[in-house]
Design a protein around this ligand. Sequence first.
Ligand code: AVI
Length: 333
Amino acid sequence: MSDSKSAVSLSSAACADAGNPALEFARSVALGLSDTPRWIPSRYLYDARGSELFELICEQPEYYLTRTEEAILAARAREIREITGDVTVIELGSGTALKTRHLLRWYSEGGAELSYVAVDVSPSALQAAQASISAAFPPVRFIGVEATYEDSFSLFKEYSPCLVLFLGSNVGNFNHAESIGFWRGVSDHLEPGDFFLLGVDLVKDPAVLEAAYNDRAGITAEFTKNLFARMNRELDAGLDLGAIEHVARYNREWQRIETFARFSRSQTVHLRPLGLDIPLRAGEQVMVEISRKFVIEDLTRYLGCFGLETRAVFTDERRWFAVLLLQKRMEGR
Ligand code: AVI
């Protein structure tokens, strides 16, 4: 059963660029490319082609994250339900919700009534999620919400008691400032006693990490290059894609994979919507993504600062990935 054929759309205060995505994209690129070091916000990696490439990345033998997290969820879903009891399940960045099935199976077990609220910016991902969840679990009430993470925080109170899912180590793509903003928002909007299930990739041998972001089939490289192909498509940027190389390396000090596009020849980025040209020298690198890796003890301490208590930690045998069950601290504790 579904609430509506099309997803509900949430958005925050009117944004001057909201009606003109090309202008918004051009402004973001101009800001990042004018900075030192140069960067482009990683959210622009995910146009339709980028999302397709990301699905393919998840299937690569070197990219262990998705399958490791899925195995943890499959093995521990029952325990997770036992701890939380019956709740509405809200998923931030649900995508096609493939891994979520393991949880929904237990949450709807024995005919329990369950609402599943899938939040994503992509209407096509929400449609795919709805089709697969409705086929696999007909009694589950599917509610699709087209929104960014931040715009969906108001749903937490509306659906309390709830379990919010944030899987796939998506939190690793936030820098420290974004992370603080995110956890503040989450904590401010959860009711005391509500739950949050977080999937994170852990610090490990740099060779394993670097292999995961430099797959042999070259899919991650294509994912990086697609950002510039997108700039050509949407901004008429005029870039020579043959002169762009994917570089992903582990920064031990910052405990993160840093992904760059390296320009082997000098080029000029044309940002037509702004009438602006930005020259790049041969050898220059533009950062397109960070993927932070975590140490469980440090992370639980950090989350505690936001009023989120760790109720359980589930990992795989190699301790490569972790799923943390958090609970918003009860008042007065
Ligand atoms: C979505 N996110 C958690 C992925 C990651 O591992 O940082 C995105 C990705 N980029 C390259 N490979 C995967």
